[in-house]
Every structure is written in structure tokens, then in C-alpha cells.
Design a protein around this ligand. Structure first.
Ligand SMILES: Nc1ncnc2c1ncn2[C@@H]1O[C@H](COP(=O)(O)OP(=O)(O)OP(=O)(O)O)[C@@H](O)[C@H]1O
Ligand SMILES: [Mg+2]
Length: 476
């Protein structure tokens, strides 16, 4: 059965209503249920009941026009289509009707059944399309708003136009700050920005480009960035993009690699130590035998030398075996600022010898953290000693800052020394990586190990011949 299309006609001339009704009867393919009112106010009241599929409004309605009624109905939120009936030669009104939001207009005196049918069908179809478009916009808006990735639209020069809340969450800026900024504020290095923009301009799209960005505090954010250039209908070009934050994943990957290397080195050291012990025992036994067999005083210094060196080797082995055993950590509450001061005391002689100025910028609200104090002090001392060693004999400045965030405390140790080359930054925490002639290269690997066993984070930033900053984050 055909569904009846419900139409409301607002028309103050009864003769025109009768004519309209008879035209409707001639329309094939559809059945109609026509309601009529000659009054503006009653028309509006009926429209607000939202019961009709199509509204047909006469342009002249006493003191009002059909366009007044159309505007009021649209303001109220009516979603069904409107057709406005206008007079012959009133082109201005036709245009105005369409601009106001009418789906179509019909010229009185020229309407026949066919025109009427076409206009109603067209209005209904257009309305259905608009509705579908609105629904799909709502759908995409929801995806946009609820995405954990930052989704953004920027103009051709990268100025941000719109973005979802993840943008503020990932990078720590307020919405107002970002609306005044360009995407450039996220780049860690200008070089990367240029490479990325060149690739985007050349090919029009960039997919999952791994970039190092930075948040409001300047901390590194490892991100996969996809973007594409989209021309608009007015001929402008927009950048549409998605930023996926992989910082956590990166840190876990890096920590795993280092932990694996440490485990391998530890195993090797243990095996070697074990294997050396056997021949060492034999040497000790033979020396004892020689002493017994040749009680000649002239051999004594040489034999003592052998025995002393054997003892030294044995001590070294014991140390290696001990150091690679994971000692149980002793967690207790400590004030972070006090821990740092105690650590600095261990290095005070070296700091004085090099005439290094120490600047402390401690957060007053710093809290108690639950850590193994001995281990954390060792971890910090390794960093401080490196800083002292990297600084010149004159003009060295060691800056130590603490700050508190929601669930973490951060310690920054910065020096104005030699800096670390980019290619070495990756290897810094690996065991036995050293840039010093007398260095062992175990300091930072041990620091990393300790911070990791506290579920903390450690980050480095450095500029050659300028500065190096270590940032350590510890759970409260
Ligand atoms: N603040 C710094 N400034 C410049 N270079 C640094 C800094 N901290 C570390 N480095 C570089 O990183 C290397 C590794 O440091 P690490 O503490 O692990 O080993 P090390 O100091 O060489 O030896 P040790 O085992 O005695 O500590 C150093 O040799 C140095 O080249
Ligand atoms: Mg060191």
C-alpha cells in the first residue's frame, strides 16, 4: 500500500486551496493527506506538532508573508521541507525563498499536476539526503571527538583551525593557545618540520611518518603523523591530519632493549668469573705447593706477588658476581629534595675542585616519594658525576630542578658541558658505552636499571658544546 504523504497548506485564499486540492488529486504515483489552514498563527502551531511530511506556504498571508512563517518554523527546528507558492514574475521572492531555506518554490498560475508532483518528490528526496548527511556528520563528529589520537584541520600554512580534545591532552596546551598557533609549535626540530612539509607538499599525503614532537613543557613526544592536503570548493587548501602518540611504546621498547643487553652482559660476566675461578684455584694450590717444596726465602717476594694478584683477581670476581645479582630493593618514603642534597654531598669535593656553580631550583610542594634511597642516590650520583666530568674547569654550572605533576615527581639535572653527539644519545644507557679514555661505561646503564626497577622514566636532551639535561620521573 502506498504511504500517504501528509501535506499542510497554509493559504489564505480558499479558492486557491480548492485548486491546490484538485491538482493533488491529479498527481499519479502518490496519495496525499492534505490539511489546510488560512491562518499564519494556526499554521505555525500545526507545524510545531511535527506531523507533516511537506509544508506548502503561500507567499501572501495577510499581514505576514510565507517567508516569515518559513523563518519562524526553521528557527523552531522544523526539519521537514517547505515549498513556497509565489506570484508570476516575482523572481526576487523566489530567490529569497530559496536563500531562506525553502526546498522549492512554485509559481501560482503555472502549477500543474506534473510540476506539483516533481516539486514534492524533489523536496522529499532533498530532505532525505540532507538528513542522511547530518546523521553522517554526527557519526564522524563522534569519531573525531572520541578519538585518542589528535585529529586536526589546518590551513595551508599549518595554522590550526579545528582539532579534538586529544590535541590538548597529548600536548598540554589549552584550546585557546592552539587556535592561535600553527602546527610548528609541536616540532622538536626545524629540520624535521622541513622534511615533513616538503614530503606533504610533494606528494599530497604522508602516512604514519614517525616524528619527534614536543609538548608544552618541551618534553619529547614520539608520534606517528599522517596528513593530507585537501583542496576546498573555494579553492583553498587545507591540511587534514592525525597524530598518534607512541611515546609510551617507544620508551618500553627502548627499556626492553637495554634490559636485554644488560642481562646478556651479566650472564657473560658471571660465566667468565666462574670459569676464571677454576684455574685460579689451581694457581693458588700450586703456589702453596711450591712454598712448601722450596722453602727458599729468595722466592718469597715473587710468590707473594703471585698470591697478592690472585687475591685481587678473586676479589674482582666476587664483585662481578655480586654486582650482577639483583639485590632486593628497599622501598621507603623519602623527601625527594633531601635525597638530592644528600647525593650532592657525595660529589661536593669534585664540584669544588672544578669550581662548579650549583643552582638549585626545587619545587616547594615536592612530596615524599617511595623509593630505595641508596639506589636512587647512586642513580643520581652517576648522572651528577658525568655532568661534573663533562664541564670545563671554569664556568661550569650545574642546575638541579624538581617539579611535581599529578602522579609523578620530576628531577632535572642540567650541565653546560661538552654535550653528547646525536648518534651517541641512543647508546648512552647501554652497558660499556663510554666516551672517556678511563671510563668503564657502566654508570648510566646502572642508573637506567635503577630507575626502571622503580617504574620511573629517564630522558636526555643534549646540544653539543652547550648543554645536557637528564630528566627523571618517579612515581609518587
Ligand atoms: N652530562 C654529560 N655530558 C656529556 N657527556 C656525557 C654526559 N653524561 C654521559 N656522557 C657520555 O656518556 C658516556 C657514558 O656514561 P657512563 O656514565 O655510562 O659511563 P662513563 O662515565 O664513561 O664511565 P663510568 O662507568 O665510570 O660511569 C660518557 O662516557 C660520556 O661520554
Ligand atoms: Mg659515568
Amino acid at each position: 500500500m502506498k504511504r500517504k504523504i501528509k501535506i499542510l497548506l497554509v493559504e489564505d485564499n480558499e479558492a486557491d486551496y480548492v485548486l491546490f486540492e484538485s491538482l493533488l488529486q491529479d498527481v499519479k504515483n502518490y496519495e496525499f493527506d492534505l490539511q489546510w489552514t488560512p491562518y499564519y498563527e494556526e499554521g505555525l502551531a500545526i507545524i510545531k506538532r511535527n506531523e507533516h511530511d511537506v509544508y506548502v506556504l503561500d507567499y501572501l498571508l495577510g499581514n505576514y508573508t510565507g517567508l516569515d512563517l518559513l523563518k519562524e518554523a526553521l528557527n523552531w527546528g522544523c526539519e521537514a521541507p517547505f515549498i513556497v507558492l509565489t506570484g508570476i514574475g516575482n523572481h526576487q521572492v523566489d530567490m529569497e525563498a530559496m536563500e531562506t531555506g525553502a526546498a522549492d518554490f512554485l509559481i501560482k498560475g503555472e502549477i500543474d499536476a506534473e510540476k506539483l508532483e516533481r516539486s514534492i518528490r524533489y523536496s522529499l528526496e532533498r530532505n532525505a539526503n540532507l538528513k542522511a548527511l547530518k546523521e553522517s556528520e554526527v557519526k564522524y563528529r563522534t569519531v573525531f571527538e572520541s578519538s585518542r589520537d589528535m585529529i586536526f584541520i589546518a590551513d595551508e600554512n599549518g595554522n590550526l583551525i579545528d582539532f579534538n580534545d586529544s590535541a590538548t591532552k597529548i600536548f598540554g596546551y589549552s584550546r585557546e593557545d592552539l587556535l592561535k598557533s600553527s602546527f610548528s609549535i609541536f616540532y622538536y626540530s626545524e629540520e624535521e618540520e622541513k622534511i615533513f612539509l616538503d614530503a606533504l607538499r610533494l606528494t599530497g599525503t604522508v602516512t604514519n611518518n614517525e616524528l619527534i614532537l614536543k609538548n608544552k613543557d618541551g618534553a619529547k613526544k614520539y608520534c606517528l603523523v599522517s596528513a593530507s592536503l585537501q583542496p576546498s570548493s573555494e579553492g583553498k587548501i587545507y591540511i587534514f591530519g592525525i597524530v598518534h602518540d607512541i611515546t609510551r611504546r617507544k620508551m618500553i621498547e627502548r627499556d626492553l632493549v637495554i634490559a636485554e643487553k644488560i642481562a646478556v652482559t651479566d650472564r657473560l660476566a658471571q660465566m667468565l668469573a666462574h670459569e676464571i675461578r677454576n684455574p685460579l684455584t689451581t694457581i693458588n694450590l700450586v703456589v702453596g705447593q711450591i712454598e712448601f717444596d722450596l722453602p727458599n726465602e729468595s722466592y718469597k717476594p715473587s710468590l707473594d706477588m703471585i698470591k697478592n694478584n690472585c687475591r685481587r683477581i678473586d676479589d674482582l670476581i666476587k664483585e662481578v658476581l655480586l654486582s650482577s645479582k639483583v639485590a632486593k630493593i628497599q622501598m621507603n618514603k623519602h623527601n625527594l629534595n633531601e635525597l638530592i642534597d644528600e647525593t650532592l654531598n657525595f660529589a661536593i669535593d669534585r664540584i669544588k675542585i672544578k669550581k662548579i656553580k650549583t643552582k638549585k631550583d626545587y619545587a616547594a610542594d615536592i612530596c615524599e616519594i617511595t623509593v630505595d634511597a641508596v639506589k636512587i642516590k647512586t642513580a643520581l650520583l652517576n648522572i651528577i658525576i658525568n655532568a661534573v666530568e663533562a664541564m670545563p674547569d671554569k664556568g661550569g654550572i650545574l642546575t638541579i630542578r624538581t617539579r611535581k605533576e599529578e602522579k609523578r615527581c620530576f628531577i632535572e639535572i642540567e650541565d653546560n658541558g661538552a654535550g653528547i653527539a646525536k648518534e651517541n644519545l641512543r647508546k648512552l644507557f647501554e652497558p660499556y658505552f663510554t666516551g672517556k679514555p678511563q671510563g668503564v661505561g657502566l654508570g648510566l646503564s646502572s642508573t637506567h636499571n635503577i630507575i626502571q626497577s622503580h617504574q620511573g622514566t629517564i630522558e636526555v636532551e643534549s646540544e653539543i658544546n652547550k648543554r645536557t639535561k637528564f630528566t627523571i620521573g618517579l612515581n609518587i
